[in-house]
Design a protein around this ligand. Structure first.
Ligand SMILES: *[C@@H]1O[C@H](CO)[C@@H](O)[C@H](O)[C@H]1NC(C)=O
Ligand SMILES: *[C@@H]1O[C@H](CO)[C@@H](O)[C@H](O)[C@H]1NC(C)=O
Length: 396
């Protein structure tokens, strides 16, 4: 995926970390790009105040090398068998580096925006995609309590074609990350699919039993995965979009609207231009009752469309909606594949197809050669109680 700014935490989890010998390298210092966002109160986006935030790139994208030297501990999709014969020695022998955000990873921030490039040709290597987290300060992730609040942002995905996914979502990561590098180095990722493409899990190298990907020279999966609650507010390219809560009982559900008549370049929600995306988490306490989506573009508020599937009505996500959808689509589990940071938005079951992207789009070698200049820009993030971040017409 071009991105995935995991903004963080549905609720805060108390987390006890095991002692980790994971070390920090000294070749490149770590300076987080700054990005402000707004906390809103009151009504209609009129009283919002700036919060000075910063972003950090996930540890998985970082250079991991032999302590005190330059030899790679991990390269492409393989571990160095000498430095990493087992998890424990690997953890001890290797150190993680700071990031040069723009020249190595193609990540830049404006005062309140974040732009992520898909492919960046750096001095030593070509970087593919990235995943960033919003931070409260240099060593803590920002935590959000979603229920009773709304989350709003602008997105420009006009340069994000089929096969790519510019995602923005919340996952319940430990606020301080893991081990010595901690959140400052982007450690601690987890998601609803139990991410297994992680080089480190809970501060330990995931080297033993690592399987390099058969079609991605930059990814693989280890034996251990990291699981946690996830709320996918935004998984999209210029052709398709999905809104997917994963924390529903009993087995998690996956929902997206059929947007083929509605969302795309030149459509009602015009993806050739920047749009504002509003997501409301209606409920109280720990009881989430409904998730509502609006778009704002050209000064107009656009409600989510009603599904075009027979038997389905309503344009927000509720348990009843999910149950009905499940019955119709017979969905079992989350169909999207975030593997290797390269998510495909592709359906593997009827009823999940969105828009006109080919179901085979998303193969790393294809998108890497066809869309070298792809990028996504997120900006103007606002968060606050329902109704505080944008002006919603009374009829909605
Ligand atoms: C693997 O690690 C060893 C040190 O443990 C180092 O000498 C060697 O150069 C590394 N191999 C590669 C291919 O980087
Ligand atoms: C390390 O190695 C063991 C044994 O192969 C494996 O089962 C375990 O999950 C690995 N990963 C981590 C992160 O501990």
């Amino acid at each position: 995926m071009v991105s995935s700014s995991a903004l963080k935490a549905i609720t805060g989890f108390l987390y006890a970390s095991t002692v980790s010998a994971q070390a920090i390298g000294t070749q490149q210092s770590e300076t987080h790009p700054k990005m402000a966002w707004k906390r809103c109160t009151g009504k209609g986006g009129s009283s919002c105040t700036n919060v000075n935030g910063e972003v950090v790139i996930d540890a998985n994208w970082r250079w991991l090398h032999v302590k005190g030297g330059y030899a790679n501990c991990y390269d492409g999709n393989k571990w160095n068998a000498t430095a990493c014969p087992d998890n424990a020695s690997c953890t001890k022998n290797c150190e993680i580096e700071g990031a040069d955000y723009s020249s190595t990873y193609g990540i830049t921030t404006g005062s309140d925006s974040l732009t992520l490039k898909f492919i960046t040709k750096g001095q030593y290597a070509t970087n593919i995609g990235s995943r960033l987290y919003l931070m409260k300060d240099s060593s803590n992730y920002e935590m959000f309590k979603l229920i009773g609040n709304e989350f709003t942002f602008d997105v420009d995905l006009s340069q994000l074609p089929c096969g790519l996914n510019g995602a923005l979502y919340f996952v319940s990561m430990p606020q301080k990350g893991h081990g010595t590098p901690g959140a400052k180095y982007g450690t601690g990722y987890c998601d609803a699919q139990c991410a297994r493409d992680l080089k480190f899990v809970d501060g330990q190298a995931n080297a033993e039993g690592w399987q390099p990907s058969s079609n991605d020279p930059n990814a693989g999966v280890g034996k251990k995965g990291a699981c946690c609650a996830e709320m996918d507010v935004w998984e999209a390219n210029s052709i398709s979009t999905a809104l997917t809560p994963h924390s529903c009982q009993p087995e998690g559900y996956s929902v997206c609207e059929d947007t083929s008549y509605y969302y795309g370049k030149g459509m009602t929600v015009d993806t050739s231009k920047t749009m504002t995306v509003v997501t409301q988490f209606i409920g109280s306490g720990s009881n989430l009752q409904e998730i509502k989506r609006f778009y704002v573009q050209g000064g107009k508020v656009i409600a989510n469309p009603e599904p075009t599937i027979p038997g389905m009505t309503g344009n927000s996500l509720t348990q009843a909606w999910c149950d009905k959808e499940k019955e119709i689509f017979q969905e079992e589990i989350y169909p999207f594949n975030k593997f290797g940071g390269m998510a495909s938005m592709d359906p593997d079951k009827p009823g999940i197809a969105r828009g006109s992207c080919d179901t085979s789009s998303g193969v790393p070698s294809d998108v890497e050669s066809n869309s070298p200049n792809a990028q996504v820009k997120f900006s103007n993030i606002k968060f606050g109680p329902i109704g505080s971040t944008f002006a919603q017409p009374a009829s909605m």
